[in-house]
Write a protein that binds this ligand. Sequence first.
Ligand SMILES: [Zn+2]
Length: 339
Amino acid sequence: MPYSADSSLETFVRELPKTETHLHMEGACPFELLQKLNPVKYAKPPLFWDDGFRYESFDQFMELYGEYCSVFFTSANRYGEAAGIVLGNCWEQGCRYVETSFHLPVINFMEDDGPTVLEAIRDAAPPELELRIFAGMCHNDYADEGKDLIEECLTWEGLDGIDLHGPEYIPLELWTADVWARARQAGKFTKAHAGEFMGPDFMELVLDELKVTRIEHGVRSVENPETVQRLVNDKVALDICPISNLKLVVQGVASMSAHPIRQLFDAGVTVTINSDDPFFFGNRLSEEYYALHQDLGFTLVELAQIAGNGFDVALLEENKRESFQNELADFCNEEGLTA
Ligand SMILES: [Zn+2]
């Protein structure tokens, strides 16, 4: 594990009511399930869990993603099995609210349909956890049967939203703006990955074209003060994953202490912290909090503010949001924290 904490920080982070709003179900694949599938191949923990491991490129990451994940996620049942463990871990770490996504095109390679997968994930969640499920798709997925699936998913009742993911360098195609607009009309929340491997210009394009109010990562906005100001003015929130950025060697993240989240937070951008693909980074959500405290000087009050941002951006009815915010305020009072 890349980060550890003394028992008082560990207890604080565990008891802090919090959210996880950037979590890919396939990238969270529990290792124990892979081991059950193939005890010989998965006898040892993967190399990429080493603290010092750094991905050479996003393509290398995608290759490993294919190798480890496609073998497992072959049915709704498997999604349910994984979700039970993954969402149980979130709950144990004090998450009250989770947004998870699954890679939509996978549906075309299995016998079960999308609504069955959604149901399997939802049924596996701890009963008190507020769960929202997103369908993730790549820039070039709107072709052939992928196109039909994207159109179809907008009608799935159990789907809360859509997310654009995959390699950022594949050009943004014309269909995306139209699908994103129609998704919102259909009552789905829309977000997009940007500003992880491409710079602020790509983020501006995504904001202009897709009209999202939540960006996954977005850390490279820091390279242009005008983009940062736009995020503040337009109240666009960033779902940031610091350990993921470190292990993928995102530009500007040579070390955790250099991570731009400090600068973005200080500039007034609404940021949340999340674990992204915990299977591939060997991280837990709690460690993201440890990293911010230990390497970036975030105080306990600031950690609680970040947890609060998660409830601010969550897709919740106002009375439910208020009850989580009250719970967080009570926790801070008990801890003697004042903003
Ligand atoms: Zn992501």
